[in-house]
Design a protein around this ligand. Sequence first.
Ligand SMILES: C[S@@+](CC[C@H](N)C(=O)[O-])C[C@H]1O[C@@H](n2cnc3c(N)ncnc32)[C@H](O)[C@@H]1O
Length: 432
Amino acid sequence: MMGTGDALVDVLISPAGEELLARISGVTAAGTAPLPMQRALRSDYPADLVRLALRVAEARRAATAKYPDAGRLLFTPELLEQATAHPVARHRASRFEGCGPVLDLGCGAGGDLTRLAGAGLPVAGLERDPLAAALARANLMLSGLEGRVDDGEYPGADLPPHEALFADPARRGPGRGPAGSQRRYDPRQFSPSPRELRPLLEKTRVWAVKWGPGLGLDHETLTAPGAILEGFSPAQYAVEVVGWQGTVREAVLWGGEDLQRGAAVPGAPRLATVLDGGLADAKASTYAGDPVVAPPPLSEPAAYLAEPDGTLLCAGLLDAFAREHGLAALATDIAYLTAPACFASPWLRWWRRLESVPWSPARLQAALDRHDAGSVVIKKRGFPLTPEQVRAGLTLRGSRELTVLLHRADAGRSVHPGYLAHLAEPCPAPSF
Ligand SMILES: C[S@@+](CC[C@H](N)C(=O)[O-])C[C@H]1O[C@@H](n2cnc3c(N)ncnc32)[C@H](O)[C@@H]1O
């Protein structure tokens, strides 16, 4: 179905539009072509086309951080900001493998839609913003991919036929933020809202809803009255947290009757997925576990110290992971782990421990001198000072690059109550 955004986008993807984009791409500052150039462009092209082309050119420059094929995609800066980066979208798309046609509900300019289609899935998008819908259609076409995108608002619009559903609800609404919009933190204000999505979840074989990692992923929050999974049992859905380049990128709620079969979608309650690698070649490793297990045992620091990846913490899987891998915790509710030997894992960053001292500036300084520290990376968990405040009190006279890990110790349990400082050297990441 064509919409009002198409006329301009059609010109933009015509040879005349490509020429216009090429003229603009010589411009340096983001989105702000020098005024004489803008005047020249406006004398050669319609003003609304120039306005759109300037925004598309700006977005294209920024899109290289998200898409290996940024050079052929069309976004505006606002639509690009909302779009899922390629490695994350591609990984999610791979989980739909073997499903029938996938509906991308609220597909924006098609960041996810093009990756779903690129995974070989039959796709259809629905989008209420006519310009976004037109760009999504163009992006499918420019990528040589099949798929349809309808203009329309759900609920109300007819939904294209589908067997699987993906929704990435808009978290911005009218307000005083950038481009006249403002971020929403209450899921009831997302669009489509949980109440609107719910009937679709109940009748779709496989569904995935992109969810904010910070929204509260525990069973009670997700299934509370009015929440998106109200009344669901833990067996009826899965939560996947996905990280890339050391940052948690998204949480996804998965469900549908096919979840039980563990086929295209994960069949475990919680998943922590790390995407390791660059924009085009990141490989996924998934740890699946149960978020409701007892914490790992506490221990005095052993030969190696480890910090878990944020995906484990966000997915509530640190305890299960630590127990399964024989790791002990240095203190209650402190996410530094310890073990007598290190092992390859995409979920752990390791250090070899050199010495541990009860925290005081003088004791830490003496330990740093003993180990010839010339520069330090300071990390902390449950520790009251900032790394900068700690660093300001130190004099580094040596030649080695060391790491200091600071954390609260358990009162009454540790031989070092109060706070501990561990001096350590980074282990070369064992390959996995
Ligand atoms: C977060 S963006 C989607 C971005 C997309 N996943 C990507 O990677 O490019 C959400 C989109 O949903 C659209 N949307 C919000 N509510 C909608 C509704 N009720 N019906 C149709 N589209 C909707 C918005 O216009 C917006 O473009």
